[in-house]
Structure formats: C-alpha cells, structure tokens
Design a protein around this ligand. Structure first.
Ligand code: ZN
Length: 232
C-alpha cells in the first residue's frame, strides 16, 4: 500500500493539464490500481518508465485501461470516470477473482510498454518473412488490413504476457484467467480484427506451452513467434 501511494503521488498526472497533485482517486480507480500494484512494481524493477494518468472524463469508446507513450515514457491511462463500460470486462468475474484478472490486464498493458521500449513496436522478429497475403487492390483497404495485422500481433503478444504473468504469480489460477481471456477474445466484431488474438490465446491453453525460468516477456516471445508462423 505504501508503495502504491508513493507511486501514484509521484507519477499521477491528468491528461491535458500539468500535474494535478491534489487529484483524488475514485473508489474504482483505487480498486484497479491496488490490484495492479504487483505488476507495476515488477515493471519498475525492469526499468520500464510508467506514469499513471487518470483521465478526468472518459470519451465514448475509451478502454478503461490503456497504454500510451509520451516523451518516450509509457503512460498507463485510466479512463474510468464517466465510463459506463469501465468494468465491463469484469462483469462475469466472481469477486474473489477480480484482482487476478486486473493483474493480467495490467500485465497486458505493461507488455505494450516493454515492446515500445525494446524498439520493436509493430515489428516482427528478425528473419521473419511475411507471406504476401495482401492481394487486395484497394490501397486504403490494404493499409487498413496491415494496420489491423500489426495491432492484432501486438495484442497477441500482450495477451501472452498477461497469461505468462498469471502463470508466474498465480500458477494454480492459470486456467481461470485463460478461460476469462478466451471468453473476452471470442467476442469479435470481425474475424482478424484489431483484438482478434484467438490464435495466441489458443496456443497458451495449456500453461506448459510457456518455457520456464524467464521473464514473462521472454516467455511470451517464444509462443508469440510460433503464432506468427501459424498466422501465415
Ligand atoms: Zn492492448
């Protein structure tokens, strides 16, 4: 708890304004940040520069938790005020599993920061040869497809980090978080869309698919690469 207060008070800023040191967190924000605390502590130990940002008012469609980058630092953005869907992802989660799920979601966001800081955002591993599946003639549509694919891959990586984190910290509850993620990802507006990470989630169905004894980022990388090959 002490760590969280220090973390929040050192880093809490409001979007579009200078730091607002007197900002008070809502009960929902406190709940999420408290659950996220072990992941944020780990991120700090990995020298990932993450500031926590609280949006004074969410815009329609804002994800409650998201990662942004500003001035070469990562920002974990909470958009929960005025957001009726702030806790939609927790809707069917039993109370005693809420923290577990929030931790996995936070690890997902931290994975985006890790990829960015590694300088590999929207890239594929060295030596990976892209299959030329973009046969669409329309340039705009082709660009959209490429954009979706790049985002989908980042989301896939981040989902795997969320699962690898769960395996590392809560091995006995891995199946619960996997099932929850599977359920979330099965609800796709369009197959192959930005968040259609089903391929990677399926690869991680059995936790033994992850290699042991490495960071969650490295563990995720191996499975992610497998997924990239399958995706082709
Ligand atoms: Zn994401």
């Amino acid at each position: 708890m002490v760590f969280m207060i220090r973390y929040v008070w050192v880093s809490l800023c409001c979007l579009y304004t200078t730091c607002c040191w007197s900002a008070e967190l809502t009960a929902i924000e406190m709940k999420w940040l408290h659950a996220a605390e072990p992941v944020l502590a780990y991120a700090e130990s990995q020298q990932l520069p993450i500031d926590i940002v609280v949006q004074p008012e969410a815009s329609p469609g804002d994800a409650p938790l998201a990662m942004a980058v500003k001035d070469n630092r990562c920002q974990l953005v909470l958009s929960m005020r005025g957001n009726k869907d702030a806790e939609a992802t927790l809707m069917n989660v039993p109370t005693d599993q809420v923290n577990l799920v929030i931790e996995a979601m936070t690890a997902h966001e931290v994975a985006h920061c890790w990829r960015y800081k590694q300088g590999v955002w929207h890239t594929v591993p060295a030596g990976f040869v892209e299959a030329s599946s973009d046969v669409v003639q329309d340039t705009g549509l082709r660009q959209l497809q490429q954009q979706m694919r790049a985002t989908r891959r980042e989301e896939g990586f981040a989902d795997l980090v969320g699962l690898a984190w769960t395996l590392r910290e809560h091995p006995d509850q891995y199946a619960i978080v996997h099932r929850w993620l599977e359920q979330i990802r099965n609800d796709q507006p369009v197959a192959g869309g930005y968040h259609d990470t089903r391929l990677w989630v399926q690869l991680a169905q059995d936790s033994s698919a992850f290699a042991k004894g490495e960071s969650p980022f490295e563990q995720a990388s191996k499975l992610w690469n497998m997924g990239l090959l399958t995706e082709q």
